[in-house]
Design a binder for this molecule. Structure first.
Ligand SMILES: Nc1ncnc2c1ncn2[C@@H]1O[C@H](COP(=O)(O)OP(=O)(O)OP(=O)(O)O)[C@@H](O)[C@H]1O
Ligand SMILES: [Mg+2]
Length: 315
């Protein structure tokens, strides 16, 4: 079953390697790499890496040639693009030889009037064609209302397709009651409910409150501490087998990709075998930290960890 990913604010990710970053000086760039980016693109890439079928739905630029489209093609990802802005933004990661990374993220160009209607129409077409699950992730570009992810969740629900919403800020507040599976990190939980949760019990209580208020489930992520999940049927915590050193950017996207596959297989949140799904989420996201590039996973490490992740039911 196809996993649809929706990326409203795509990017062309540029990585510069440099010897050292010193502000106010001219720095030679020793290597340049570009890749189609945006959280939904990373999710689609991990789904494909896990042997699944994914389809990227995204806004794209009017400008030709279109580097974002070319980047998706280079990654071999299937896509349906909706031209809606001047050109796709770039994010620039400046990686120094000592390993420190500085990220410069453009906000994204304003999307045109009618962009929401156009992406909604494409989403409806793909849902009607038969999709296993949808993942709506990343930021909302200028020109689009913060409520758009919530409205797209409602469209998915209308087709009976389970949906993960991995968004933040105002978009997260709007989507929280819309019947999606939420995947907030600790800071995003605080954006929803106030103070930063201090303990696992705080996170579980926050998850319960969000499920009571209309989230289908909450899978709260906490970096190397793993995840805490709350559904109407129970609550669990799952920890990685080991804390992995590497590139944590995109670990949340790998987590969403793994969970989307379980939602697609089960057809609904209540049908998911949650302990098995959470073990997969934790093993797959840890395996993504092992890879220097977001959207990729170390498949061998994932297989090794899958059976060894501890998942505990929490009171
Ligand atoms: N260093 C690590 N070692 C092992 N597992 C990790 C590590 N960092 C992250 N993970 C796994 O990845 C999951 C998601 O990571 P995190 O909480 O950092 O998400 P995030 O902040 O949404 O990340 P992003 O938005 O950059 O994708 C964690 O719940 C955990 O299971
Ligand atoms: Mg995240």
């Amino acid at each position: 079953m196809t996993i649809l990913t929706v990326t409203l604010n795509p990017a062309i990710d540029v990585t510069y390697r440099i010897p050292a970053l010193e502000a106010g000086t001219t720095v030679p760039v020793t290597e340049v790499r570009t890749r189609a980016g945006g959280k939904g693109v990373n999710v689609a890439s991990v789904v494909r890496g896990l042997g699944g079928d994914s389809l990227v739905l995204a806004f794209a630029g009017f400008a030709q040639p279109d580097g974002f489209r070319a980047g998706l093609d280079a990654l071999g990802l299937r896509h349906r693009l909706v031209p809606a802005c001047e050109s796709v933004r770039r994010t620039v990661a400046v990686v120094a030889d000592d390993g420190t990374t500085t990220n410069l993220n453009e906000p994204g160009a304003e999307v045109t009037t009618g962009a929401e209607a156009a992406i909604t129409a494409v989403l409806r077409t793909e849902l009607a064609a038969g999709a296993g699950a949808a993942v709506i992730s990343g930021s909302v570009p200028p020109g689009l209302a913060a409520e758009v992810p919530a409205r797209l969740v409602a469209v998915c629900a209308g087709y009976g397709v389970p949906v993960i919403a991995d968004v933040s800020g105002a978009a997260l507040r709007a989507v929280a009651t819309a019947g999606a599976v939420l995947m907030p990190n600790r800071h995003e939980l605080a954006q929803l409910l106030g103070p930063l949760p201090r303990s696992a019990a705080d996170v579980t209580a926050a998850g319960r409150r969000l499920v009571r208020d209309g989230a289908a489930a909450v899978v709260a992520t906490a970096g190397e501490d793993g995840v805490i999940a709350v559904t109407p049927g129970g609550a669990w915590s799952a920890r990685p087998v080991e804390a992995v050193a590497g590139n944590p950017t995109g670990a949340g996207d790998a987590a969403a990709a793994a969970l989307a596959r379980h939602l697609a297989a089960a057809g609904s949140v209540s049908g998911v075998d949650w302990p098995a799904a959470l073990a997969d989420v934790v093993a797959t996201s840890a395996a993504s930290v092992r890879e220097p590039v977001a959207g990729e996973i170390d498949a061998e490490a994932r297989s090794g960890w899958l059976g060894a992740v501890t998942v505990r039911e929490t009171a």
